[in-house]
Design a protein around this ligand. Structure first.
Ligand code: BEZ
Ligand code: MG
Length: 568
């Protein structure tokens, strides 16, 4: 094949970005308790469900069935940037039509259509359509209100796993009594396999940008995520350290086995883990496992350039202190406490210097959960100095995104955690770490920088008419959601300076300087609208956005108008 010119390569790159935006599952409104979703939403969801292999149900991904039926070697090959976009569009178009037909006319019609378009026989597609039918029926039969009534009467409610529907369709039907996982089963074998791919992609991305492996990473681990993924984040940490979980006679993951360097084929990366309060409450044995992994790796007789844990522990040792202190890597809140409060500080504009945001993170999350050399459990020892020391060596920070429904601008928790820790690292190591998120739900696991993720979320949600019109159908609450997104976006400026100025400009143009839209928002919820205007002015005042003076003037005028209306 002829090598591509720089111009062609750039066009391909843009095409990839457009496709990424187009293919993203976009929530089109809030879930209404007790009500099943609409047909369009159902089709989007089913298409996403159908994009993954489900070996446990004997189902192959529809994308793969279509690709192979059309005579392509594999779908994986088609989604490589070197393949022409036509093949991919052809396959994705057929997949879309098949799922639409399934929703409108049922499995029989969809199977016949699939056969006619891509030569996929009924025997091959039957397990997939059976799965889609099962999900579709469960989505339509919403029992949430009935279950709530049963709960209020003190009656029995069927249990069901807490999970993302795309990831684990057995989360349906909703309206059941959600249960978590057995912490001893975490990480599952499947989670470990997926985790390797994500962690390797993370290391590759860092190497592409820096020409070497990161020596130390800081990871955020949440409880709900690790329930949904059976411990994918936990498994990523273990894989980075170069160990795998070992199960005892009762099949409990209580120990680790060192993966030899010859097999690992790369250095062991040091990992500082900040776990949420929910994680701490649910996964005590897992925290012990993570702590054991670090201690085991620190004591291996390996050269420092292949074992960064050992090297960092040795360096810390030289400055005094105990081995126990030098290997402490698992931190959370004080027992009984939750959250970093960084989100509250940002939302209430209750800070002067950004340094305060990182410091607050450490104040809240510096409680060490470990064991001492005598094997005694240490549960939440306040150790700000140990945490600061561990963070001072961090070169990259990272969190796994595991849900289509909740992204980094939907809630304030991503910036309070990943943003908070990144700011804490920045002020302790004197350089801003590289900040990454993985998207382990795409058919190909993707690692994105924080700035890329903010752009993607902004384009697919905040500035996307499909998203905000969906929200505005909910009236007052919808405007509050839009304002939340703007505030959460601002949170990424405050903690990580990761927001392009055009984002604030486009938010102003879309929601404030379009007169009809402004009036709509004002009529629905002037409180949130006023907060939005003030937040944009704050973004300017804090130096995250420097628009033309006339834009600022317009914003100030809108702020005054809204304040006057409040005064009336
Ligand atoms: C958690 O699942 O651990 C979590 C959820 C929301 C905010 C913070 C943590
Ligand atoms: Mg909250």
């Amino acid at each position: 094949m002829k090598p591509k010119s720089a111009r062609d390569a750039r066009v391909d790159q843009l095409y990839e970005q457009l496709l990424e935006i187009e293919q993203r599952l976009i929530p089109t409104g809030l879930h209404v308790f007790g009500r099943a979703g609409e047909l369009k939403e159902k089709a989007d969801l089913l298409r996403m469900v159908a994009s993954f292999d489900r070996p446990e149900r004997g189902v192959r991904a529809l994308t793969k069935l279509v690709a192979e039926g059309l005579g392509f070697e594999s779908y994986e090959e088609i989604i490589q940037p070197t393949t022409t976009s036509d093949s991919r569009e052809l396959i994705d178009g057929i997949v879309r039509d098949v799922v639409d037909r399934f929703c409108e006319q049922g499995a029989g019609a969809a199977a016949a259509f699939l056969k006619s378009q891509a030569n996929v026989g009924a025997e091959q597609s039957q397990p997939l359509f059976a799965l889609l039918e099962d999900i579709s029926t469960k989505l339509d039969s919403n029992q949430e209100v009935e279950s709530l009534m049963r709960a209020i009467r003190g009656e029995y409610i069927q249990p069901g796993p807490g999970a993302d529907i795309v990831q684990n369709p057995s989360a349906l039907p909703t309206g059941r009594n959600t249960h978590a996982v057995n912490p001893y089963s975490v990480p599952s074998q499947a989670a470990f396999v997926r985790a390797k791919q994500a962690a390797d992609a993370l290391l590759q991305r860092y190497r592409d940008e820096h020409g070497r492996y990161p020596t130390t990473l800081a990871m955020v681990l949440w409880g709900l995520d690790n329930i949904k993924t059976q411990g994918e984040g936990v498994a990523q940490a273990l894989w980075l350290l170069g160990v795998r979980p070992v199960r005892d006679a009762l099949n409990r993951a209580t120990d680790v086995e060192v993966i030899p360097l010859a097999e690992l084929n790369r250095p062991r990366v040091d990992v500082v883990m900040t776990v949420s309060g929910i994680f701490r409450d649910l996964f005590a044995p897992t925290m012990a496992l993570l702590d054991k992994a670090v201690r085991t790796v620190a004591q291996l007789d390996e050269p420092g350039e292949m074992n960064y844990v050992r090297r960092n522990v040795a360096a810390r040792f030289e400055t005094g202190g105990s081995f126990d202190d030098a290997v402490t890597r698992v931190f959370s809140n004080a027992p009984g406490n939750y959250g970093t409060n960084v989100n509250f500080m940002v939302m209430q504009s209750a800070w002067e210097s950004e340094v305060a945001l990182g410091d607050l993170f450490v104040t809240r999350k510096c409680f060490a959960y470990t064991r001492d050399s005598q094997g005694r459990t240490v549960e939440g020892r306040e150790a700000p100095e140990l945490m600061s020391d561990a963070l001072s060596r961090v070169e990259a920070t990272y969190q796994n995104i595991d849900s289509f429904e909740v992204g980094i601008t939907d809630v304030d928790h991503y910036f309070e955690y990943l943003g908070g820790i990144s700011k804490a690292v920045e002020t302790r190591s004197q350089v801003r770490p590289s900040i990454y998120l993985s998207d382990s739900l795409s058919p190909q696991i993707k690692i994105r920088s924080l700035a890329e993720t903010v752009r993607l979320e902004t384009r697919t949600k905040t500035l996307n008419p499909k998203w905000y019109e969906g929200m505005l159908k909910h009236g007052f609450r919808g405007v509050a959601e839009i304002e939340n997104h703007v505030a959460n976006t601002f949170g990424w400026s405050a903690t990580a300076d990761a927001v392009d100025p055009w984002i604030y400009t486009e938010i102003s143009n879309t929601f404030l300087f379009d007169e009809a839209m402004f009036e709509r928002l004002r009529d629905l919820n002037r409180y949130s609208l006023e907060a939005l205007v003030k937040r944009l002015l704050e973004a300017h005042a804090r130096g995250y956005w420097n628009p033309a003076e006339e834009i600022l003037e317009k914003l100030r005028l809108l702020r005054e108008q809204l304040a006057e209306q409040f005064a009336k």
